[in-house]
Design a protein around this ligand. Sequence first.
Ligand code: ABU
Length: 696
Amino acid sequence: MEVSAWTRVAWVVMVVVVVIPRAEATPRPLNIGGIFPIGGSDGWQGGQACQPAAMLAMEDVNQRPDLLPGYELNLAWNDSLCEPGLGAAVMYDLLYNPPTKLMLLGGCSTVCTTIGEAAKMWNLVVLSYGSSSPALSDRQRFPTFFRTHPSATVHNPTRIRVMQKYNWSRVAIIQQAEEVFISTVEDLEVRCKDAGIEIVTRQSFLTDPTDAVRNLKRQDARIIVGLFYVSAARRVLCEIYKNKLYGKSYVWFFIGWYEDNWFENHLVEENLNCTREEMKQAAEGHLTTEALMWNKDNEKTISGMTAGDFRLRLNQALIDRGYENQSTPVGYQEAPLAYDAIWSVALALNKTMEVLAAVNRSIEEFTYTNEEIARELYKAMNATQFLGVSGRVAFSTDGDRIAWTQVEQMIDGRYHKLGYYHVQTDNLTWFNREQWIGSKVPQDRTIVRRQLRTVSLALFISMCTISTIGAVWALFLLGFTFAHRHRRLIQLSHPACNNITLVGIVLCLGSIFLLGLDGQFVSQQQFPTVCGLRAWCLTLGFTLAYGAMFSKIWRVHRLTTKTKMENKRVEPWKLYVMVGSFVVVDVIVLSVWQAVDPLQRRLEVFPLEKPKDAVEDIKIKPELEHCESKHNTIWLGLLYGYKGLLLIFGLFLAYETRSIKLKQINDSRLKLTKHLEWERSGTRCEVLRCRKIISD
Ligand code: ABU
């Protein structure tokens, strides 16, 4: 009996001293689910580096005695290939297979859009380490979504700031047709508009960017923002090379989270028609913007590590997974976000446990229908703040991360930091390390130089000289006629009509001078006056010159066609009235024209031309000045119609009197020899009759 009593005591002691502490030391699992994009070829395969980083965080969190005491965080995960359908399948798999998951971790935007929208049905908080889509900031659509990855909209103020720095106010956009990029571009458009930056074109493509890139060239795009996943970026870059959209005249803004040598990887697997050298050439000089994902200060973070310590551990973890011979795997840049995401989950769970403990409840009571604990989890995540390896982790009301952005440029095939930008403080730290091909900041457009096409000076001078000679000759003839006005020969030529013709000719010759007066001699303001003068001068000049000749032909016709009985006498004043009435018609038409619809300066613009000797990136826009009214055709039709009729009638009279030779109107004759013949013979009856009439 005594032995058995001692035995019982020994058992009790053993249970109290050994078994009970052991049982307490075995932590109970807290399960979360993870979806990592690792395989696949489209989208973002950032799980390659983010999953090892998350596992490092799991180790660190579980080693912290003050975090989740009595519990161990478990991560059940699977690969989504960055495909939304597969991502949803992985999520259902995680949710419908025990144990119950308290939260979900998500990777790329396309997958997170699916799971983020569905997760609310299971009262699950989703935390993403690798989705940048601005669409995910919609709290109505994604009420339980958080992310350590900053929204892609953080790039936009940075892009605008850089554009403003270089005075680029005309940009183009090319994007892959994915919600992540569409929503980023929508935000960029609004910001560009606010900043007074014109978006010259927005091109979008699903898989093949050939046409989109060609269109950029057609639109003379120079500063181009490109938004796509990395494999699409390689296709675009190859098209950039083929279309020669690179070099000193172009600046491309790409997303900064691609791997460092993204432009020379997977060229063969992706069937790209460009060599590494060509891709490198096309990529040279492009800019990237990216949110800072690595804590840039070398301070100790929540895990006790600096970002540098984390890098060393991550590198080792990647080497252990066989990445040593390759360049950094996809998602290396985002790895701190995955590490900090696990810490955020742990801190939020820890806080929720404390809150629940205060009301004697446990986090283990969580089920997918338990809204109360879900609310506590949401609140705890919302309030989470700590210094992580990615920087200060805090979530905005939209569940977004607030971060600095950095700008880099590819110089000699490697990325160089140009500066940092913080949107809230509008703080741009710039290192002035940028390098431009040709040592000149590229222009945002082809400089178009307007060039007024003017009359060649030599032609103008020679035409004016000829006109002046003509005018001087006309004036000489006027003087001659006046000086010899008493001579019979002159009298018989009807000098008054000749003088009017000469005045008309002087006016017509003067209009040649006016027609040559263009933008090189007169200002835009004076040009309409010159237009008016041209019209008046030429119209009246023609009317006087032709009208006087017409009156003479009409007189000849009248003299030769009337019968004896009719009065053949044509009073000289009738000729003046005839010419005068032509002039009056002109004056009426010209005055109404000028008053109602005056001639104005109109510029005709010709297609752009390449200057022959230009070193600069310029094009010539030829312009030509015209005089035009609103209803130009009506006015010209009126004048041409009326003068045309006069010309036709004049032709008719001339034809009718073609063989008439009159002594009294001696210039009706064709040749002087003929005149002499008639003088000698004096036999023609018409001549005698006419002489009589004239002498009457
Ligand atoms: N930094 C990677 C973002 C990937 C994504 O938004 O899908």
